[in-house]
Design a protein. Structure first.
Length: 174
């Protein structure tokens, strides 16, 4: 959760500490937590950074995530956040692929290459599977990191006053 303390989308959705440390934490667990069950959670340096990858065929519980929105998002932002999630769904590939819902580093360790190391390791594993990968960047500062690892911008997700979300795709490597 430290990694998302200044994330534009996370803080738009949960601007108060109460919702950020409560319902948003539960939401993030639903969003990427299945990576632990599938041994696809990558952790750097005892938790200084993490990447939660969902393998092909693993689906999030979208219904449970949407049920949390009213407890997590201010009422005047609910429609915008629902639009963001609709946009994310519209870009999500239908083919078998790896999905990165969450990657982040403790702010005390930013700039040490942990995100890059996690991406490099994950991409090598994905390449062994010869499958594509997909993610949504909720922070424009991270797009160059993903591009260095072969991801390409697919478009833009905009909904009302919500911050820009950038869907990105990495073709399978053979």
């Amino acid at each position: 959760m430290l990694a998302f303390a200044t994330d534009p989308l996370a803080r738009f959705a949960s601007p108060s500490a109460e919702t950020y440390l409560g319902p948003l934490l539960e939401f993030m667990t639903l969003f990427g937590g299945d990576a632990f069950e599938h041994s696809s959670a990558l952790i750097a340096n005892d938790g200084q950074a993490a990447a939660l990858w969902l393998p092909p065929g693993v689906e999030q519980d979208g219904e449970a995530m949407m049920a949390l929105l009213p407890d997590m998002v201010p009422a005047d932002r609910l429609e915008d956040m629902a639009g963001v999630f609709e946009g994310m769904e519209s870009y999500h590939p239908n083919e078998r692929h790896w999905y990165l819902p969450i990657i982040g580093a403790d702010p005390a360790y930013l700039g040490q290459g942990l995100g890059g190391a996690l991406m490099k390791h994950a991409c090598s594993l994905i390449d062994e599977d010869r499958l594509p990968a997909y993610l949504e960047s909720s922070n424009p500062r991270n797009i160059s990191l993903y591009e260095r690892h072969g991801f390409e911008v697919m478009g833009e997700i905009r909904s009302g006053a919500a911050p820009l979300v950038t869907p990105m795709y990495r073709a399978a490597r053979h």
